[in-house]
Design a protein around this ligand. Structure first.
Ligand SMILES: C[S@@+](CC[C@H](N)C(=O)[O-])C[C@H]1O[C@@H](n2cnc3c(N)ncnc32)[C@H](O)[C@@H]1O
Length: 200
């Protein structure tokens, strides 16, 4: 399988890594949900050599594993198949060491039940103090959606009615219900956000 390439990863990898460094400073094993091409997995594993990176995806694990093999990094595990809209229980036995989760540009792609499952899974597998980090565009109740994100949301919904940019308040409420406390929410380039919570 060939390495697939997403230009957006070239644009956002460095700025995301800068945010992740302090957030994951004390983590040892990170589960990435929706790893896409695998570019982020390689970039972050290289930039965070103290931890083990476990990529996962709903489909096309081939590209992630091609990036992994080409990198020759020891701290990326082979990608695992993980679809948040299917029962994931059988995967849990291989995730016992995970103490942080990262989910980039995936919450607005999946149907809402995928985000519910994301926090359910985080609650189940992360230890107290474990971190979940998400990156992507969000709606805020006190401000209009940026024009670029308004168009993106329309494009998403035309493609799949169940997808779309989520409300920060609703996601934060879901996180709280799952036992997580908001630690940070900061603006990123291109009207994206970095948001993270810690399990209490
Ligand atoms: C826009 S891509 C983002 C990929 C990568 N994180 C990045 O930022 O380049 C969305 C990702 O979500 C994954 N995805 C979609 N539905 C999913 C689901 N139900 N469970 C897990 N991952 C899913 C896709 O396979 C894809 O890798």
């Amino acid at each position: 399988m060939m390495k697939e390439y997403a230009p957006a990863c070239d644009r956002n990898s460095r700025v995301i890594l800068d945010i992740l460094k302090p957030i994951l400073a004390r983590s040892r094993c990170v589960l990435e949900i929706g790893s896409g091409t695998g570019q982020h997995a390689v970039y972050f594993a290289e930039g965070l050599p103290h931890l083990q990176w476990q990529p996962s995806n709903k489909e096309s694990l081939g590209s992630i594993n091609a990036w992994r093999e080409a990198s020759q990094l020891q701290n990326i595990s082979p990608a695992i198949s993980l679809d948040l809209l299917s029962p994931v229980d059988e995967q849990l036995s291989s995730l016992t060491d995970v103490d942080a989760m990262v989910c980039i540009n995936t919450i607005h792609i999946m149907a809402w039940q995928g985000t519910e499952k994301l926090f359910e899974l985080a609650s189940e597998i992360l230890p107290i103090g474990g971190v979940i980090y998400v990156y992507g565009p969000y709606r805020y109740s006190d401000q209009p959606l940026e024009p670029s994100n308004e168009s993106f949301d329309l494009w998403l919904k035309n493609r799949d009615q169940a997808s779309g940019i989520r409300d920060f308040d609703v996601v934060n409420c879901l996180a709280k219900q799952a036992g997580f406390e908001l630690q940070g929410d900061i603006a990123m380039p291109a009207n994206n956000r970095s948001i993270w919570w810690q399990k209490t």
